[in-house]
Design a protein around this ligand. Sequence first.
Ligand SMILES: [Mn+2]
Length: 279
Amino acid sequence: MADETETATRVRTLFLSDMHLGTKGCQAALLLDFLRDYDADEIYLVGDIVDGWQLRSSWYWPQAHNDVVQKLLRKVRKGTNLVYVPGNHDEFLRDYIGTHFGGVEIADSRIHEAADGRRYLVIHGDQFDMVVRHARWLAHLGDGAYTFALFVNTGLNKVRRRLGLSYWSLSAWAKLKVKNAVNFIGKFEEFLAAEARRAGADGVICGHIHHAANRDIDGLRYLNTGDWVESCTAIVEHYDGTMEVLHYPSILRARSADASTTQEAPRLPAPVPGRRAVA
Ligand SMILES: [Mn+2]
């Protein structure tokens, strides 16, 4: 069996979020290819990896979704350090925060120290939904209200979960209120940057809003991993500490353009049938 790690691009850290495994929207086949193309010393799963809310109402778990999980676990067996930071859709894992199993660590949030010494707060970001949505009136109530809203946000979702209700859906809400959604994204980014500052970090790496980004907000680096439902994006940290957003469909497009313009492009071996199922 060919060792795919020989052809994979190796990076220091890989940040992935919002795969929503267990839903029809998950681009599992592309994700699987991406995981074949990239290897990392450390992988952070930044929440909404498995969609527990969706799986509760109807079971959807095709082979490709299994393959993604197997692929990640295989990387762990080969020495990759895996940190799983749960989000709102996989918050059932929040009951296991602080535990390690099979080389996987579950953490609520984490400070990641990059190769260049910069520190990044890694967090899914749903913790701020309520604060972001009600920022205007919370601002009048001062700092205490902000902390209280964060607390209520977490508590409310726990109660909703116990009652079997669904989580407030960001995407459904955003589709209904496009103008509000644009507003929400901007505010979300500001809040996350502010939270990183509070944590004494140089930047933040989050997910949740399915909107990949790499930008500066008042001297703080704001990075969002995007998602594997629509955009198919990830963040990589290179060995010099540089952070980069990868848009996988663009990478594939560039690669096939290269192959068609190069006259003596090396012939790729034909794919072995059934290889995907084995991986
Ligand atoms: Mn989320």
